[in-house]
Design a protein around this ligand. Structure first.
Ligand code: ZN
Length: 285
């Protein structure tokens, strides 16, 4: 029987073997089913990522229960991960429900405040055998309610990353190297030299946010430079909503969600599988 895992072993194994564990943002029963089915079919470890917006929409208890059932019924390493959480009380609530992997996003706070809140969450999470992802640097773009203008984005400083990891004890670190949340209007130019400097100073797994729309080359290069978790959100929403929209227009009398959800789920699953292969995590379960 499977259970919800933390992401320590999952990401360490990925780092050692040169692949990344994909983290897919889920929103409801259907999206969890799609991600988990694809992971099982390709025998890939997988992370179900839930933002505060998703928890608000679906209900923290519902989202947690769905993920737990998914883990129980399947035999791939599976984690429910709190994506971009900023509220310590919300994180604690999820830890009590059995979530084993959390992100505390203090990236828009001044460095010392980010260190303090991240260390605080690490200390709490340890009591629940949970792992913590921190973030240093700021990605441009929008993820749910979190909006960062391009002018306010900031790349991760390698020396500060080293200090941040040492002082907080985080298990993984999200870095800003030129990716952004949402879709790219122009081709992003990733700073691989910076990523290389960071991975030489920081021994924990790194996390690549904003991977929707990145080329195979960019993703695989990031993985080879220490990114062991790759986050994908926007690129799953698009096939689901486009297919649903087309289906409802083509079938104006269809009112049964069990029927009109079928095709969007299939299309989304194709993208999940494509991303698993891109991360080279297939067969690594
Ligand atoms: Zn993100």
């Amino acid at each position: 029987m499977g259970y919800l895992q933390n992401t320590k072993e999952m990401l360490m194994k990925a780092r050692q073997e040169g692949y990344a564990v994909p983290a897919f943002n889920i929103h409801n029963l259907e999206t969890v089913q799609v991600v988990v089915e694809a992971a099982v079919e390709l025998q890939s470890p997988v992370i179900l990522a839930a933002t505060p917006g998703t928890m608000k929409y679906g209900g923290r208890d519902y989202i947690h229960a769905i993920a737990e059932v998914a883990a129980r019924g399947n035999h791939v390493p599976l984690a429910l991960h709190l994506d971009h959480h900023e509220d310590v009380d919300e994180i604690l609530e999820s830890l009590k429900m059995g979530t084993k992997s959390v992100m505390i996003d203090g990236s828009h706070k001044p460095f010392e405040e980010n260190v303090a809140i991240t260390k605080y969450v690490v200390d709490i999470a340890r009591k629940f055998s949970a792992t913590v992802e921190g973030e240093l640097g700021k990605l441009a773009g929008q993820e749910d309610d979190l909006v960062v203008e391009a002018k306010d984005s900031a790349y991760t400083d390698p020396e500060m990353a080293k200090e941040f990891v040492e002082r907080t004890g985080v298990d993984s670190l999200a870095v800003a190297i030129g990716t952004g949340h949402g879709l790219y209007e122009t081709k992003p130019n990733l700073d691989f030299n910076r990523l290389n400097e960071i991975q030489q100073l920081v021994t924990i797994p790194l996390v690549l946010h904003g991977a929707s729309g990145l080329s195979k080359h960019d993703i695989q290069n990031s993985i080879s430079l220490g990114c062991s978790k790759v986050n994908i959100a926007t690129e799953l929403k698009i096939p689901f909503s486009q297919t649903l929209r087309k289906y409802l227009i083509d079938h104006p009398n269809e009112t049964d969600p069990r029927k009109y959800m079928k095709h969007p789920k299939e299309k989304m699953k194709e993208v999940v599988k494509e991303k698993i292969r891109l991360c080279k995590s297939d067969g690594k379960a």
